[in-house]
Ligand binder design. Sequence first.
Ligand code: UFG
Length: 326
Amino acid sequence: MAILMAGGAGYIGSHVCKMLYEKGYEVIVYDNLSHGFKNFVKWGEFVPGDISDEKLLDNIFKNYEIDAVMHFCAYIEVGESVIDPQKYYINNVESTLILLKTMLKNGIKKFIFSSTAAVYGLPEKIPIKEDDPKQPINPYGKSKWMIEQILEDYDKAYGLRSIRFRYFNAAGADESGEIGEAHKPETHLIPLIFDAALGVRENIKIFGTDYDTRDGTCIRDFIHVNDLADAHIKGLEYLLSGEGTNYFNLGSGEGYSVKEVIEKVKEITKRDFEVIETDRRPGDPPYLIADSEKASKVLGWKPKYDLNMIIETAWNWHKKLRRIDR
Ligand code: UFG
């Protein structure tokens, strides 16, 4: 079985590549390296390219016998998506449509799509279930929800079977320490706290301490990247066994506040650093916690890593990254 991994050189994609490869799948990593990393491509063949390049994709689909495509390429910065929505709609929507068009042209009809908790916007109740209202509040979340709806239409019209995974807060790193979380630029909470712990940044800022939560800071559901990878394998097996289009939340079901995560990092790294309380970041929902019962029932998926393991594995990798990078 050969799987085309669009965005396979990124944080989540590379972890899924490793797990697929270890399970015996043939992996073809397709990535333009705009946000991915060449040294994350360790499992499978690398084909550099962009998902908007119809000609190149067409060649790949003609030259390799691809059984399914997983699609991780997207711009993911909420704030930037508000300032420059066109960038998000062109890359996350238009380019994805070219990928889907080229797949259909070549008769490839199995697709796994990285979606996000951002499709729910400001949730009305917690934990969030898959069929709760979709009211994304920024172009990033809207771009993902647009593709989700398009995939429903493509299923009915063209028989394109897809799985949409709505990730909550992906975190942690592979236990080998070979790959881990890195974004260009970094905006995510845990890597930024590590930077403060390492002295690479002077401090960590808490965006808002006046939320209606147990300690006033936002609550998030952190899910280990290898638990996400495991869900992708299960989703792929589900599609390959002939099951139809479906969609799942992927979260641990546990919520931790920003302050609790900072305290946990201090405890695990045994380092102290300055924490500054600042204003809210626009568009942050106070709570984001997944109900992932559906993935458990339908796919037999259960997360294995808790917050301690998330921070330990991420720290193990982040220390090395900083030595290499700086
Ligand atoms: N935060 C801080 N200080 C920082 C960085 C973040 O206090 O320096 C806070 C944020 O305000 C938020 C929490 O930490 O309350 C988590 O922030 P992240 O940026 O790490 O993650 P988000 O919850 O904003 O975003 C994640 C994914 C997005 C996805 C979103 C779903 O990274 O891609 O969940 O809404 F869209």
